[in-house]
Design a protein around this ligand. Structure first.
Ligand SMILES: *Cc1c(COP(=O)(O)O)cnc(C)c1O
Length: 391
Protein backbone atom coordinates (compact mmCIF):
# COMPACT_ATOMS: atom_id res chain seq x y z
CA UNK A 1 0.00 0.00 0.00
CA UNK A 2 3.01 2.39 0.02
CA UNK A 3 2.07 3.59 -3.46
CA UNK A 4 -0.99 5.20 -1.97
CA UNK A 5 0.86 7.47 0.44
CA UNK A 6 3.09 8.53 -2.44
CA UNK A 7 0.20 9.31 -4.77
CA UNK A 8 -1.67 11.17 -2.04
CA UNK A 9 1.39 13.30 -1.45
CA UNK A 10 1.57 14.11 -5.16
CA UNK A 11 -2.11 15.07 -5.13
CA UNK A 12 -1.65 17.32 -2.11
CA UNK A 13 1.40 19.01 -3.65
CA UNK A 14 -0.60 19.83 -6.78
CA UNK A 15 -3.41 21.31 -4.62
CA UNK A 16 -5.59 18.50 -5.90
CA UNK A 17 -6.31 16.55 -2.73
CA UNK A 18 -9.93 16.56 -1.64
CA UNK A 19 -11.25 16.02 1.83
CA UNK A 20 -14.67 15.66 3.40
CA UNK A 21 -15.58 18.79 5.30
CA UNK A 22 -18.34 18.82 7.83
CA UNK A 23 -21.32 21.09 7.23
CA UNK A 24 -24.38 21.58 9.40
CA UNK A 25 -27.84 22.89 8.58
CA UNK A 26 -28.95 26.19 10.07
CA UNK A 27 -32.46 25.72 11.30
CA UNK A 28 -34.90 28.21 9.75
CA UNK A 29 -32.22 29.56 7.37
CA UNK A 30 -32.25 27.28 4.30
CA UNK A 31 -29.88 29.49 2.28
CA UNK A 32 -27.07 29.06 4.81
CA UNK A 33 -24.73 26.33 5.97
CA UNK A 34 -22.81 25.95 9.21
CA UNK A 35 -19.11 25.16 9.26
CA UNK A 36 -16.71 25.27 12.20
CA UNK A 37 -19.31 27.03 14.33
CA UNK A 38 -19.81 29.78 11.74
CA UNK A 39 -22.88 30.46 9.61
CA UNK A 40 -22.04 30.90 5.93
CA UNK A 41 -24.21 32.02 3.03
CA UNK A 42 -24.41 28.82 0.98
CA UNK A 43 -23.43 29.57 -2.60
CA UNK A 44 -22.47 25.96 -3.28
CA UNK A 45 -25.58 23.83 -3.03
CA UNK A 46 -27.86 22.41 -5.72
CA UNK A 47 -30.95 23.13 -3.65
CA UNK A 48 -32.09 25.46 -6.43
CA UNK A 49 -35.72 25.83 -5.42
CA UNK A 50 -35.13 25.71 -1.68
CA UNK A 51 -37.12 22.49 -1.18
CA UNK A 52 -34.60 20.57 0.93
CA UNK A 53 -36.31 21.72 4.13
CA UNK A 54 -39.88 22.09 2.84
CA UNK A 55 -42.36 21.27 5.66
CA UNK A 56 -44.93 19.49 3.43
CA UNK A 57 -42.22 17.23 2.02
CA UNK A 58 -40.92 16.45 5.50
CA UNK A 59 -44.46 15.64 6.61
CA UNK A 60 -45.12 13.34 3.64
CA UNK A 61 -41.91 11.47 4.41
CA UNK A 62 -42.73 11.24 8.11
CA UNK A 63 -46.19 9.81 7.48
CA UNK A 64 -44.90 7.20 5.04
CA UNK A 65 -42.03 6.36 7.35
CA UNK A 66 -44.56 5.49 10.04
CA UNK A 67 -46.81 3.45 7.74
CA UNK A 68 -44.18 1.73 5.53
CA UNK A 69 -41.09 1.53 7.70
CA UNK A 70 -37.53 2.56 7.02
CA UNK A 71 -36.49 0.35 4.11
CA UNK A 72 -37.95 -1.30 1.00
CA UNK A 73 -36.28 -4.58 1.91
CA UNK A 74 -35.59 -5.77 -1.63
CA UNK A 75 -34.96 -4.67 -5.18
CA UNK A 76 -37.95 -3.44 -7.14
CA UNK A 77 -38.12 -6.61 -9.22
CA UNK A 78 -38.39 -8.68 -6.07
CA UNK A 79 -40.73 -7.21 -3.41
CA UNK A 80 -39.40 -3.66 -3.13
CA UNK A 81 -41.81 -2.02 -5.57
CA UNK A 82 -44.09 -0.43 -2.95
CA UNK A 83 -47.17 1.62 -3.80
CA UNK A 84 -45.42 5.04 -3.47
CA UNK A 85 -43.32 4.04 -6.51
CA UNK A 86 -46.33 3.25 -8.66
CA UNK A 87 -47.99 6.55 -7.78
CA UNK A 88 -44.84 8.58 -8.38
CA UNK A 89 -44.14 7.05 -11.78
CA UNK A 90 -47.70 7.78 -12.94
CA UNK A 91 -47.35 11.41 -11.79
CA UNK A 92 -43.98 11.71 -13.52
CA UNK A 93 -45.35 10.46 -16.84
CA UNK A 94 -48.29 12.91 -16.56
CA UNK A 95 -45.92 15.77 -15.68
CA UNK A 96 -43.59 15.09 -18.59
CA UNK A 97 -46.40 14.24 -21.00
CA UNK A 98 -44.77 10.95 -21.96
CA UNK A 99 -45.96 7.36 -22.04
CA UNK A 100 -44.03 6.07 -19.06
CA UNK A 101 -41.49 6.88 -16.36
CA UNK A 102 -39.05 4.96 -14.22
CA UNK A 103 -37.49 5.95 -10.89
CA UNK A 104 -33.87 4.90 -10.32
CA UNK A 105 -31.96 5.35 -7.05
CA UNK A 106 -29.89 8.36 -8.10
CA UNK A 107 -28.63 10.23 -11.12
CA UNK A 108 -25.33 8.41 -11.20
CA UNK A 109 -27.05 5.03 -11.35
CA UNK A 110 -29.64 6.29 -13.84
CA UNK A 111 -26.97 7.41 -16.30
CA UNK A 112 -24.75 4.36 -15.94
CA UNK A 113 -27.77 2.03 -16.02
CA UNK A 114 -29.52 3.57 -18.98
CA UNK A 115 -26.47 3.97 -21.20
CA UNK A 116 -25.43 0.42 -20.34
CA UNK A 117 -28.86 -0.83 -21.33
CA UNK A 118 -29.01 1.05 -24.64
CA UNK A 119 -25.61 0.35 -26.18
CA UNK A 120 -22.90 -2.27 -26.08
CA UNK A 121 -19.69 -3.25 -27.85
CA UNK A 122 -20.00 -2.37 -31.54
CA UNK A 123 -22.25 0.61 -30.84
CA UNK A 124 -21.17 4.23 -30.50
CA UNK A 125 -21.95 7.04 -28.06
CA UNK A 126 -21.42 10.67 -29.02
CA UNK A 127 -20.89 12.59 -25.81
CA UNK A 128 -20.17 16.28 -25.19
CA UNK A 129 -16.67 16.73 -23.67
CA UNK A 130 -18.17 18.54 -20.69
CA UNK A 131 -20.84 15.94 -19.89
CA UNK A 132 -21.20 14.84 -16.27
CA UNK A 133 -18.91 12.08 -14.96
CA UNK A 134 -21.86 9.69 -14.53
CA UNK A 135 -22.43 9.84 -18.31
CA UNK A 136 -18.74 9.24 -18.96
CA UNK A 137 -18.77 6.24 -16.61
CA UNK A 138 -21.95 4.93 -18.23
CA UNK A 139 -20.26 4.91 -21.63
CA UNK A 140 -17.16 3.21 -20.25
CA UNK A 141 -19.23 0.51 -18.53
CA UNK A 142 -21.30 -0.09 -21.67
CA UNK A 143 -18.14 -0.93 -23.68
CA UNK A 144 -19.54 1.04 -26.62
CA UNK A 145 -17.15 3.29 -28.52
CA UNK A 146 -16.75 6.53 -26.56
CA UNK A 147 -16.69 9.41 -29.04
CA UNK A 148 -16.42 12.79 -27.36
CA UNK A 149 -17.19 15.94 -29.31
CA UNK A 150 -15.92 19.42 -28.45
CA UNK A 151 -18.23 21.24 -26.10
CA UNK A 152 -21.37 22.37 -27.96
CA UNK A 153 -19.49 22.12 -31.27
CA UNK A 154 -22.14 20.86 -33.69
CA UNK A 155 -19.80 20.88 -36.70
CA UNK A 156 -17.46 18.59 -34.82
CA UNK A 157 -20.35 16.32 -33.85
CA UNK A 158 -21.56 16.19 -37.45
CA UNK A 159 -18.14 15.16 -38.72
CA UNK A 160 -17.98 12.40 -36.09
CA UNK A 161 -21.50 11.22 -36.96
CA UNK A 162 -20.32 10.95 -40.55
CA UNK A 163 -17.20 9.07 -39.59
CA UNK A 164 -19.14 6.49 -37.53
CA UNK A 165 -22.25 6.35 -39.67
CA UNK A 166 -21.97 2.61 -40.29
CA UNK A 167 -21.89 1.62 -36.63
CA UNK A 168 -24.89 -0.36 -35.41
CA UNK A 169 -26.60 1.74 -32.74
CA UNK A 170 -25.81 5.40 -32.19
CA UNK A 171 -26.58 7.40 -29.08
CA UNK A 172 -26.07 11.14 -28.64
CA UNK A 173 -26.02 12.16 -24.99
CA UNK A 174 -25.78 15.58 -23.39
CA UNK A 175 -26.34 17.55 -20.21
CA UNK A 176 -29.17 20.06 -20.84
CA UNK A 177 -27.47 22.62 -18.60
CA UNK A 178 -23.79 21.81 -18.05
CA UNK A 179 -23.09 21.16 -14.41
CA UNK A 180 -19.80 23.05 -14.02
CA UNK A 181 -20.37 25.77 -16.61
CA UNK A 182 -24.05 26.61 -16.37
CA UNK A 183 -24.49 26.99 -20.12
CA UNK A 184 -27.06 25.16 -22.23
CA UNK A 185 -26.73 22.41 -24.81
CA UNK A 186 -27.71 23.23 -28.41
CA UNK A 187 -30.79 21.04 -28.14
CA UNK A 188 -32.45 22.15 -31.40
CA UNK A 189 -29.33 21.33 -33.40
CA UNK A 190 -28.91 18.03 -31.55
CA UNK A 191 -32.48 17.05 -32.45
CA UNK A 192 -31.85 17.88 -36.11
CA UNK A 193 -28.62 15.84 -36.14
CA UNK A 194 -30.10 12.84 -34.39
CA UNK A 195 -32.87 12.74 -37.03
CA UNK A 196 -30.49 13.15 -39.91
CA UNK A 197 -28.18 10.36 -38.73
CA UNK A 198 -30.76 8.01 -37.20
CA UNK A 199 -29.29 8.28 -33.70
CA UNK A 200 -31.02 8.11 -30.31
CA UNK A 201 -30.92 11.28 -28.19
CA UNK A 202 -30.60 11.25 -24.41
CA UNK A 203 -30.78 14.47 -22.37
CA UNK A 204 -29.73 14.80 -18.72
CA UNK A 205 -31.83 17.51 -17.02
CA UNK A 206 -30.11 17.28 -13.60
CA UNK A 207 -29.57 21.07 -13.53
CA UNK A 208 -32.60 22.14 -15.54
CA UNK A 209 -35.44 19.98 -14.19
CA UNK A 210 -37.62 22.08 -11.87
CA UNK A 211 -36.03 25.27 -13.20
CA UNK A 212 -37.13 25.53 -16.83
CA UNK A 213 -40.53 24.87 -18.38
CA UNK A 214 -43.92 26.21 -17.26
CA UNK A 215 -44.33 23.42 -14.71
CA UNK A 216 -40.63 22.82 -14.17
CA UNK A 217 -40.48 20.00 -16.72
CA UNK A 218 -37.04 21.08 -17.87
CA UNK A 219 -35.27 22.69 -20.78
CA UNK A 220 -36.62 20.27 -23.41
CA UNK A 221 -40.16 21.45 -22.60
CA UNK A 222 -39.09 25.07 -22.40
CA UNK A 223 -37.91 24.73 -26.02
CA UNK A 224 -40.89 22.59 -27.10
CA UNK A 225 -38.59 19.66 -27.93
CA UNK A 226 -39.89 17.12 -25.43
CA UNK A 227 -41.32 14.81 -28.10
CA UNK A 228 -38.01 14.74 -30.00
CA UNK A 229 -35.94 13.49 -27.09
CA UNK A 230 -35.88 9.70 -26.83
CA UNK A 231 -34.52 9.36 -23.31
CA UNK A 232 -35.26 12.10 -20.84
CA UNK A 233 -33.32 11.85 -17.57
CA UNK A 234 -33.49 14.06 -14.50
CA UNK A 235 -32.76 13.95 -10.78
CA UNK A 236 -34.62 14.58 -7.54
CA UNK A 237 -31.42 15.49 -5.73
CA UNK A 238 -31.08 19.06 -6.97
CA UNK A 239 -34.16 21.24 -7.62
CA UNK A 240 -36.40 18.72 -5.88
CA UNK A 241 -34.29 18.94 -2.75
CA UNK A 242 -34.63 15.20 -2.02
CA UNK A 243 -32.75 12.30 -3.67
CA UNK A 244 -33.23 9.98 -6.61
CA UNK A 245 -33.63 10.14 -10.38
CA UNK A 246 -36.11 9.51 -13.17
CA UNK A 247 -36.17 8.40 -16.77
CA UNK A 248 -39.10 9.37 -18.99
CA UNK A 249 -39.88 8.12 -22.47
CA UNK A 250 -41.85 5.56 -24.41
CA UNK A 251 -43.53 2.51 -22.87
CA UNK A 252 -41.05 0.25 -24.65
CA UNK A 253 -38.07 2.23 -23.34
CA UNK A 254 -39.25 1.77 -19.76
CA UNK A 255 -40.03 -1.93 -20.37
CA UNK A 256 -36.54 -2.36 -21.79
CA UNK A 257 -34.90 -0.63 -18.82
CA UNK A 258 -36.83 -2.73 -16.31
CA UNK A 259 -35.28 -5.76 -18.02
CA UNK A 260 -31.80 -4.42 -18.74
CA UNK A 261 -30.77 -1.54 -16.45
CA UNK A 262 -28.45 -3.25 -13.98
CA UNK A 263 -28.50 -0.54 -11.28
CA UNK A 264 -32.27 -0.97 -11.13
CA UNK A 265 -32.18 -4.75 -11.11
CA UNK A 266 -29.26 -5.39 -8.77
CA UNK A 267 -29.81 -2.75 -6.12
CA UNK A 268 -32.36 -2.32 -3.35
CA UNK A 269 -35.32 -0.04 -4.00
CA UNK A 270 -35.24 3.42 -2.42
CA UNK A 271 -37.01 3.61 0.96
CA UNK A 272 -40.77 4.14 0.41
CA UNK A 273 -40.76 7.25 2.63
CA UNK A 274 -38.20 8.85 0.37
CA UNK A 275 -40.31 8.05 -2.68
CA UNK A 276 -43.35 9.63 -0.99
CA UNK A 277 -41.23 12.71 -0.28
CA UNK A 278 -40.31 12.93 -3.96
CA UNK A 279 -44.03 12.78 -4.92
CA UNK A 280 -44.75 15.69 -2.61
CA UNK A 281 -41.75 17.59 -3.96
CA UNK A 282 -43.10 17.05 -7.49
CA UNK A 283 -46.39 18.68 -6.47
CA UNK A 284 -44.50 21.65 -5.07
CA UNK A 285 -42.25 21.93 -8.13
CA UNK A 286 -45.30 22.02 -10.41
CA UNK A 287 -47.35 24.44 -8.28
CA UNK A 288 -44.75 26.93 -7.00
CA UNK A 289 -43.96 28.84 -10.15
CA UNK A 290 -42.83 31.71 -7.93
CA UNK A 291 -39.77 29.70 -6.93
CA UNK A 292 -38.63 29.54 -10.57
CA UNK A 293 -39.24 33.28 -10.91
CA UNK A 294 -37.28 34.10 -7.77
CA UNK A 295 -34.43 31.87 -8.83
CA UNK A 296 -34.27 33.49 -12.23
CA UNK A 297 -34.30 36.96 -10.65
CA UNK A 298 -31.55 35.89 -8.23
CA UNK A 299 -29.46 34.50 -11.10
CA UNK A 300 -29.86 37.67 -13.15
CA UNK A 301 -28.87 40.03 -10.35
CA UNK A 302 -25.95 37.92 -9.11
CA UNK A 303 -24.58 37.51 -12.63
CA UNK A 304 -24.87 41.21 -13.42
CA UNK A 305 -23.30 42.22 -10.08
CA UNK A 306 -20.28 39.98 -10.72
CA UNK A 307 -19.93 41.31 -14.27
CA UNK A 308 -20.19 44.90 -13.01
CA UNK A 309 -17.42 44.10 -10.52
CA UNK A 310 -15.19 43.15 -13.45
CA UNK A 311 -15.31 39.36 -13.30
CA UNK A 312 -15.60 37.28 -16.44
CA UNK A 313 -18.21 34.63 -15.80
CA UNK A 314 -19.76 31.96 -17.95
CA UNK A 315 -22.55 32.49 -20.45
CA UNK A 316 -26.22 31.69 -19.95
CA UNK A 317 -28.92 32.54 -17.44
CA UNK A 318 -28.80 29.49 -15.18
CA UNK A 319 -28.24 29.54 -11.40
CA UNK A 320 -24.81 27.93 -11.99
CA UNK A 321 -22.27 30.74 -12.22
CA UNK A 322 -18.66 29.68 -12.86
CA UNK A 323 -15.84 32.06 -12.01
CA UNK A 324 -12.78 30.58 -13.65
CA UNK A 325 -9.56 31.23 -11.76
CA UNK A 326 -7.31 28.74 -13.59
CA UNK A 327 -4.70 27.76 -11.04
CA UNK A 328 -5.54 25.07 -8.44
CA UNK A 329 -3.68 26.63 -5.55
CA UNK A 330 -5.08 30.13 -6.17
CA UNK A 331 -8.64 28.84 -6.40
CA UNK A 332 -8.25 27.07 -3.04
CA UNK A 333 -6.92 30.22 -1.40
CA UNK A 334 -9.71 32.28 -2.97
CA UNK A 335 -12.35 29.88 -1.70
CA UNK A 336 -10.73 29.91 1.76
CA UNK A 337 -10.77 33.71 1.84
CA UNK A 338 -14.43 33.78 0.80
CA UNK A 339 -15.21 31.42 3.66
CA UNK A 340 -13.38 33.76 6.06
CA UNK A 341 -15.74 36.44 4.79
CA UNK A 342 -18.88 34.40 5.42
CA UNK A 343 -19.45 32.74 2.02
CA UNK A 344 -19.47 29.02 1.30
CA UNK A 345 -18.20 28.97 -2.29
CA UNK A 346 -16.40 25.76 -3.07
CA UNK A 347 -13.42 25.42 -5.41
CA UNK A 348 -13.87 22.97 -8.28
CA UNK A 349 -10.64 21.50 -9.62
CA UNK A 350 -9.52 18.92 -12.18
CA UNK A 351 -10.47 16.21 -12.98
CA UNK A 352 -14.00 17.54 -12.37
CA UNK A 353 -13.14 20.38 -14.79
CA UNK A 354 -10.44 20.48 -17.51
CA UNK A 355 -6.83 21.24 -16.48
CA UNK A 356 -6.13 24.94 -16.07
CA UNK A 357 -9.80 25.84 -15.56
CA UNK A 358 -10.12 25.49 -11.77
CA UNK A 359 -12.98 27.66 -10.66
CA UNK A 360 -15.38 28.78 -8.02
CA UNK A 361 -18.74 27.36 -9.01
CA UNK A 362 -21.45 29.49 -7.49
CA UNK A 363 -24.89 27.93 -7.43
CA UNK A 364 -27.89 29.96 -6.33
CA UNK A 365 -31.20 29.17 -4.75
CA UNK A 366 -34.70 30.65 -4.71
CA UNK A 367 -34.27 31.10 -0.96
CA UNK A 368 -31.52 33.69 -1.50
CA UNK A 369 -32.71 37.29 -1.53
CA UNK A 370 -31.47 39.72 -4.15
CA UNK A 371 -29.95 41.82 -1.34
CA UNK A 372 -27.98 38.85 0.03
CA UNK A 373 -26.62 38.13 -3.43
CA UNK A 374 -25.66 41.72 -4.23
CA UNK A 375 -23.86 41.93 -0.86
CA UNK A 376 -22.18 38.61 -1.62
CA UNK A 377 -21.04 39.84 -5.04
CA UNK A 378 -19.57 42.91 -3.35
CA UNK A 379 -17.70 40.69 -0.90
CA UNK A 380 -16.45 38.52 -3.77
CA UNK A 381 -15.17 41.65 -5.54
CA UNK A 382 -13.28 42.92 -2.47
CA UNK A 383 -11.84 39.49 -1.78
CA UNK A 384 -10.93 39.06 -5.45
CA UNK A 385 -8.95 42.31 -5.42
CA UNK A 386 -7.16 41.34 -2.19
CA UNK A 387 -6.23 37.96 -3.63
CA UNK A 388 -5.08 39.37 -6.94
CA UNK A 389 -7.74 37.31 -8.73
CA UNK A 390 -9.40 40.50 -9.93
CA UNK A 391 -7.26 43.37 -11.07
C1 LIG B 1 -25.60 15.59 -10.11
C2 LIG B 1 -25.66 15.06 -11.48
C3 LIG B 1 -25.94 13.72 -11.72
C4 LIG B 1 -26.00 12.72 -10.60
O1 LIG B 1 -27.16 12.83 -9.88
P1 LIG B 1 -27.23 12.25 -8.40
O2 LIG B 1 -28.68 12.07 -8.17
O3 LIG B 1 -26.62 13.28 -7.51
O4 LIG B 1 -26.49 10.97 -8.39
C5 LIG B 1 -26.09 13.31 -13.03
N1 LIG B 1 -25.96 14.18 -14.06
C6 LIG B 1 -25.67 15.47 -13.87
C7 LIG B 1 -25.54 16.39 -15.04
C8 LIG B 1 -25.48 15.96 -12.57
O5 LIG B 1 -25.16 17.21 -12.38
Amino acid sequence: MEWMEKELKTLAEASLERSLREHGTVSGLPGYTKRGGRTLLNLSSNNYLGLAEHPAIIEAMRETLLSEGVGAGASRLVTGNRSPYVQLEQSLADWQGCEAALVIANGYMANTGVIGALVRRGDVVFSDRLNHASIVDGVVLSRAENVRYRHNDMDHLRSLLNKYRDHRRKLIVTDAVFSMDGDQACLRELVALKREYGAMLMVDEAHSGGIYGRRGEGLCHELGLQDEVDIHMGTFSKSFGVYGAYICGSRSLIRWLVNKARPLIYSTALPPALVAGISKALEVVIADHWRRERLSEASRSFRSSLRAAGFIIGAGDSPIVPLIVGDNETVLRFSGALEENGLAAVAIRPPTVPDGTARIRFSLSAVHSVKELIDAADCIRTTGIQMGVLR
